[in-house]
Design a binder for this molecule. Structure first.
Ligand SMILES: CCCCCCCCCCCCC[C@H](O)CC(=O)SCCNC(=O)CCNC(=O)[C@H](O)C(C)(C)COP(=O)(O)OP(=O)(O)OC[C@H]1O[C@@H](n2cnc3c(N)ncnc32)[C@H](O)[C@@H]1OP(=O)(O)O
Length: 711
């Protein structure tokens, strides 16, 4: 709703009220219409100020309402009516003015903002465009060039940025004196102004279109944003508004908008974590950490040190290898300085001290072990930590998939052990998997989750199983990609299909980037390859592709060696080029194993890679290793490059249709009975059997099934 009050003198104050961000719900819009009418009718009122309750102007249209029928007064005519009134109306912006909130402010005649307020038009991140006149008014106020950048990226800025673009008036006169002076409002109505364009407007629009298509492959909204701004640059306001409405209608009805809005809410749902034990975000107290330590200063460890220091935590950075320590003590402060310069930090960065002595962690409250991915080494470190740390210190491991409970078992307080699985580069990547073992205490989980939030991460609580959630699902995906090579595909073909779907990198380019030896080492540890293991295509009772092992054995470890599934300009090269060696190698491999190459359709490539991954997601939900589909989807969007406009693997399954996913998995499993990952999960079958409920209902369904022991 919106409340009306009269300030001393002749100013009417309208306050938007819809906690927590005063989103423009039907009730708020109705409140605005009613209170503006009241102000207009009151002869004593000569000017109007619109503000938001609790220090927040407005977070935009109420996204929750997008799922249902549009009720209440529509936004576009409401804003237009405000712009048209003959009493000056000012938006007084505190906190945020985003999306429809900023569009409302653009319909006002004046805008005043608190220096810390954040403003922007982030609709593109929700698969939309600023559809309440924003795409037409903003360029008329700040010019086409600046508007293109703001609207196609959805970037938010503080008020000093917008003051410099003259979006805000630094009011030397009060609103009431504007009225008293009888200044005409004509020039304050943005819809009446021409759109300032640079001389090379066509080239600017063309270049922006190319850029947005490259940046977010397959995404509709950025393209529609450019089209709306083309209209602003070339058409009168009324026709521009028609174009805005048409584009918005198309976007609204697209699956992409639904996917992006789901992604917005799933990011928030995962913060409200719960464990099978009943412990949850609202019943578990977190400790506030001010001193931490990181053990191991390889790539991951260095990033973690920086991520911690950026939050103001002081860090003891330990590395026992002298050479590595010397290098890290040069590199890490520079990384920290660079990162601190990029962000506006609320507190100064924490102090980092470097040491080669594990004893130096004895005073810290939390330790993150980030040594080599080797269980015996990690066990050794945990044994040592439990003997040198103060009782009560939280011990965390950055393992990417090893058993947290085995590490906990060698400590004095297994309840204080959790996994904190960062993604490289750890100070940049948004995802953190917080892994709870059977003995991890709610306090330890809550502390790791809160620490992740402080570091600006999307933290997701996951259960302790090999590979946790992200890497466990990656396994069948990689496996299918390798099988496809055996059957006749090339790395480029597979990668192109996945990149066309929207992944920034296909599976083989991604493997080259991460280093092929990572998986090789894990497979050796699992006894799947290595000396003495027979070179067959069946291992440990299931189909196995030795292809990636053989590529490693040829000394091709990916970008770092200049050769992998592709060739590069040299070790560390970035540009992947197809390599004749790989084609010859694949042909020889197929000949050796009596395989006849066939032409494989892009649909089969996509289905086998994605549906195998999705199927594992259902198994993970069934095993209660993730609390709900939103957790899996957030992990894939924030950690594995899953295209956000496809929502996440589980959301995508719902959009494709669970029946269809089941049918295709059955088909592929029938063709490949020795591949267990293609066998449809029981949960998927159960969901199809009850009519394929929407993804938002799965959590409830799974919990009920569990109670009735159906899963
Ligand atoms: C069928 C064809 C029809 C076609 C025509 C239809 C015509 C319809 C006309 C529409 C016109 C379009 C209007 C406009 O252009 C569209 C928009 O405005 S879209 C919304 C744009 N705004 C945003 O994207 C802002 C999103 N929010 C944020 O970025 C952040 O929440 C924040 C505001 C910066 C605050 O951040 P934090 O303090 O960190 O808090 P949280 O993020 O955790 O949020 C707290 C709480 O609030 C909920 N929430 C936030 N914003 C909204 C919102 N806009 N609507 C609803 N709810 C919102 C959030 O989910 C959290 O909820 P909780 O998890 O606590 O339940």
């Amino acid at each position: 709703m919106a409340t009306y009050s009269r300030l001393p003198g002749s100013v009417a104050l309208i306050t938007l009220q819809n906690p927590p961000v005063n989103a423009l719900s039907a009730a708020v819009r109705q409140g605005i219409v009613d209170t503006v009418q009241r102000a207009l009718k009151d002869p004593k009122v000569t000017s109007v100020v619109i503000c938001g309750q609790n220090g927040k102007f407005c977070g935009g249209a109420d996204i929750r309402e997008f799922a249902g029928p549009m009720l209440g007064p529509p936004l576009v005519p409401m804003i237009h009516a405000i712009e048209a009134v003959d009493k000056p109306v000012a938006a007084a912006i505190e906190g945020v003015a985003l999306g429809g909130g900023l569009e409302l402010a653009l319909g006002c005649h004046y805008r005043i903002a608190h220096s810390k307020a954040l403003l922007g038009l982030p609709e593109v991140t929700l698969g939309l465009l600023p559809g309440a006149g924003g795409s037409q008014r903003l360029p008329r106020l700040i010019g086409l060039t600046a508007a293109l950048d703001l609207i196609t990226t959805g970037r938010q800025h503080d008020s000093s940025f917008f003051s410099s673009l003259h979006l805000l008036c630094v009011c030397s006169q009060s609103i009431s004196s504007v009225c008293v002076s009888g200044q005409s409002l004509d020039s304050r109505r943005l819809s009446t102004l021409p759109c300032p364009c640079p001389p090379d407007v066509d080239s600017l629009l063309d270049k922006t279109m190319v850029k947005v298509r490259q940046r977010s492959r397959g995404a509709l909204a950025p393209v529609a944003c450019v089209q709306a701004l083309m209209a602003a640059a070339s058409l009168p306001y009324t026709q521009g508004m028609e174009k805005e409405r048409d584009l918005l209608t198309t976007l609204f009805n697209s699956g992409q908008a639904r996917a992006l809005q789901y992604a917005f809410f799933s990011q928030r749902v995962v913060g409200k974590w719960s464990l099978p034990s009943g412990a949850s975000w609202d019943n578990s107290a977190a400790r506030t950490i001010s001193k931490a330590a990181v053990i191991g200063l390889g790539t991951m460890g260095r990033g973690i040190v920086v991520a911690l220091a950026l939050t103001g935590i002081s860090v003891v950075a330990v590395e026992t290898q002298e050479k590595q320590l010397a290098e890290a003590s040069q590199v890490v402060p520079a990384m920290l300085q660079r990162e601190a310069g990029r962000r506006s930090l609320a507190t100064p960065p924490g102090v980092i001290s470097f040491s080669s002595n594990l004893q130096d962690v004895c005073e810290v409250e939390l330790v993150i072990e980030a040594v080599f991915e080797d269980m015996s080494l990690k066990l050794q470190v945990f044994r040592h930590l439990t003997s040198v740390c103060r009782p009560g210190t939280l011990l965390c491991s950055n393992t990417s998939g090893l058993d947290i409970d085995r590490l906990a078992a060698v400590t004095q307080s297994p309840g204080l052990v959790v996994g904190m699985h960062f993604f490289a580069p750890a100070h940049v990547m948004k995802l953190l998997e917080v892994v709870y073992g059977p003995r991890s205490s709610p306090e330890a989980v809550a502390t790791a989750m809160q620490l992740g939030k402080r570091m600006g991460k999307v933290s997701v609580a996951v259960g302790n199983c090999p590979g946790f959630v992200g890497n466990r699902m990656l396994k069948p995906y990689l496996e299918q990609a390798n099988f496809l090579l055996e059957e006749g595909a090339t790395p480029q073909q597979v990668d192109e299909v996945l990149e066309e779907f929207g992944f920034p990198m296909g599976v083989f380019r991604m493997s080259d980037l991460s280093g092929l030896d990572v998986g090789w080492r894990i497979r050796k540890e699992a006894g799947l390859t290595g000396p003495g293991v027979e070179s067959t295509r069946t291992r440990q009772g299931r189909r196995y592709s030795p292809l990636p092992d053989q590529v490693c054995e040829a000394g091709r470890l990916g970008q770092k060696t200049g050769r992998g599934w592709y060739q590069y300009d040299g070790p560390g090269g970035r540009v992947a080029r197809s390599d004749h060696w790989v084609n010859i190698f694949l042909e020889a491999y197929r000949a050796e194993h009596g395989l006849v190459a066939r032409s494989i359709a892009p649909e089969e490539i996509l289905e086998r890679c994605l549906y195998a991954l999705i199927n594992e997601g259902f198994n993970i939900l069934q095993d209660a290793m993730a609390a709900g589909p939103e957790d899996i989807d957030a992990i894939y969007v924030f950690g594995y490059g899953w295209p956000r406009h496809h929502g996440g693997p589980m959301f995508h399954a719902g959009q494709v249709g669970l029946g269809r996913i089941l049918e295709r998995l059955q088909h592929h499993h029938h063709n490949h009975p020795d591949v267990p990952h293609l066998k449809p999960s029981t949960l998927l079958r159960r969901l199809v059997a009850v009519g394929s409920p929407p993804v938002q209902k799965w959590r409830e369904f799974i919990n009920k099934e569990r109670v009735h022991s159906q899963l």
